[in-house]
Design a protein around this ligand. Structure first.
Ligand code: AMP
Length: 394
C-alpha cells in the first residue's frame, strides 16, 4: 500500500511517500515559497535529489506538480498506486481524540477552530483542498497534533482561571506534538515489549514539549492553549508570569500581540543568548565562555529538568525517559547535562553510549533506576500508519 503523508504550511508543503508494506520511504520532499516569488521544490528518491525553481501560485499547483513528478521520475507508475493521503492537522480542539477520515465536517471544524491555530489550521485546509482538487477519489485522513493529549484529566488540562473562560471560550490546555509523543510511546512499548509503563517523552527541537505518558496514554503535557507554553524553546519563552505582558506593553509602548510575538519569536535560546535560536550555535559559543550562551544553555536544561521532576511525581515514578527531535536526538551535551541533574531520581547514563546522534539507543547504565533512550521521532510514518488503519477499517 502506498501512502502520502502531508504537512502543509502557509507557504509550504512537505511530503513523504511511503511503501507501507515495509514502511519504507519511497520519496520525500518540500515545495516552498508557494504564492511567493522564488518558489520551487526539492524531491529526494532513491539516493537522488531533484531541485527546481517553478512558479507555484497555490497549494494545488504544488500538488499537481508533485504528482506529475512522481510519475515523470518513475517513482510511481500511475496515480492509481496512491492508496491514501494523510494530513498533519494542528488543532482539533477537544472534538478530535484520534485520527479521522477527512470529510466536509472536518474541514469546517478546522475553520471553526482557527482562532486556536491561526497560521496552521488555514494552511492545513489549503493542503486538503489541493489534494481534493487533484486526487478527488483518494481517501484522505487527518492526524491532529492535539489528539494524543485528549486523555488528560481536567486537573491537567484546566487552568486555575475563571471557569467560564473554559466553558464559554475553550480556554484550556490542548498540547501539541501529539503525533510525535504517540510515536515515541508506541516505539518504546515495542522496544520494551510491554504496554504498561511510566514514560516521560521529551520532544526537544526548535519547538519543544514534554509529556507524561502512563500505559500509553498522555496524562499531562507541557504545551498549553498554544505552543508558547511549557519548556524554554529555540525562540519561544515557554512558561512565564503573564503579568510580564502588560508590564512590557507599558514600558515599550507595544500592544499585547506585539509582546506575544516577542515571546514567540524573540525569546527562548535566542532571547537569552542574544545570538542564536539554534542549540548548536549556542553550545559552540558557550564552550568559548560566552556568558549569555552559558546562561541560555543552563536555563534550557533547567526548564527541561523542572518538567521531568514534575512528571516524575505525577506518574508516581518513571520507568523510561526518551529524548527525541532535533536537540533530543542530536545534542550529546544537552542530554548529558539534563541527565546529570536527574541523579536524585536514580538516572545514570553511560557517556560512551550517549555519544550518538539520531539512532535508537539506550543510553542509561545497567544500574540506572530509570531507562533512558534516544529515539528519533517519525511523525510522517505515524500519519501514514493512521491512514492505512482507517483505510483498512472502512
Ligand atoms: P527540530 O525542530 O526537531 O527540527 O530541531 C531543530 C533544532 O535541533 C535546531 O534548531 C538545533 O538547535 C537542534 N539540533 C540539531 N542538530 C543538533 C546538534 N547536533 N546539536 C545540538 N542541537 C542540534
Amino acid at each position: 500500500m502506498k501512502i502520502i503523508s502531508i504537512n502543509a504550511g502557509s507557504s509550504s508543503l512537505k511530503f513523504s511517500l511511503f511503501n507501507m508494506d515495509d514502511e519504507s520511504v519511497i520519496a520525500s520532499g518540500l515545495f516552498e515559497r508557494i504564492g511567493i516569488e522564488g518558489s520551487g521544490y526539492t524531491i529526494k528518491y532513491n539516493g537522488e535529489k531533484v531541485e527546481q525553481e517553478v512558479e507555484l501560485v497555490t497549494h494545488a499547483d504544488a500538488v499537481r506538480i508533485l504528482l506529475e513528478k512522481l510519475i515523470d521520475l518513475n517513482i510511481i507508475g500511475s496515480l492509481e498506486e496512491i492508496d491514501g493521503v494523510g494530513h498533519r492537522l494542528v488543532h482539533g480542539k477537544d472534538k478530535y481524540s484520534s485520527s479521522v477520515v477527512i470529510t466536509d465536517e472536518v474541514i469546517a471544524d478546522l475553520e471553526n477552530f482557527k482562532d486556536f491555530a491561526p497560521l496552521h489550521n488555514p494552511a492545513n485546509i489549503l493542503g486538503i483542498q489541493a489534494f481534493r482538487e487533484v486526487l478527488p477519489d483518494v481517501l484522505m485522513v487527518g492526524v491532529f497534533d492535539t489528539a494524543f493529549h485528549q486523555t488528560m484529566e481536567a486537573t491537567s488540562y484546566l487552568y486555575p482561571v475563571p471557569y467560564s473562560w473554559y466553558k464559554d471560550h475553550g480556554v484550556r490546555k490542548y498540547g501539541f506534538h501529539g503525533t510525535s509523543h504517540r510515536y515515541i510511546a508506541s516505539t518504546t512499548a515495542k522496544l520494551l515489549n510491554k504496554e504498561n509503563f511510566r514514560l516521560i517523552s521529551c520532544h526537544i527541537g526548535n519547538g519543544g514539549s514534554i509529556s507524561a505518558v502512563l500505559d500509553g496514554k498522555c496524562i499531562d503535557t507541557s504545551m498549553g492553549l498554544t505552543p508558547l507554553a511549557g519548556i524554554m524553546m529555540g525562540t519561544r519563552s515557554g512558561d512565564v508570569d503573564p503579568s510580564i505582558i502588560t508590564y512590557v506593553m507599558e514600558k515599550e509602548g507595544k500592544n499585547a500581540s506585539e509582546v506575544i510575538d516577542d515571546l514567540n519569536k524573540r525569546s527562548g535560546l535566542l532571547g537569552l543568548s542574544e545570538y542564536s535560536h539554534d542549540m548548536r550555535d549556542v553550545l559552540a559559543r558557550a564552550d568559548e565562555g560566552d556568558e549569555n550562551c552559558i546562561l541560555a544553555r543552563d536555563k534550557y536544561v533547567r526548564s527541561i529538568v523542572n518538567y521531568i521532576g514534575q512528571y516524575y511525581l505525577l506518574l508516581g515514578g518513571v520507568d523510561v525517559i526518551v529524548f527525541t527531535a532535533g536537540v533530543g536526538e542530536n545534542s550529546i551535551p544537552i542530554r548529558q547535562l539534563v541527565c546529570e541533574k536527574l541523579l536524585p531520581l536514580g538516572v545514570k547514563i553511560d557517556l560512551d553510549k550517549n555519544n550518538i546522534r539520531g539512532e535508537i539507543t539506550k543510553i542509561s547504565t545497567a544500574e540506572s533506576k530509570v531507562e533512558v533512550y534516544v529515539i528519533p521521532t517519525d511523525e510522517e510514518l505515524m500519519i501514514a500508519r493512521d491512514t492505512v488503519s482507517l483505510i483498512e477499517n472502512r
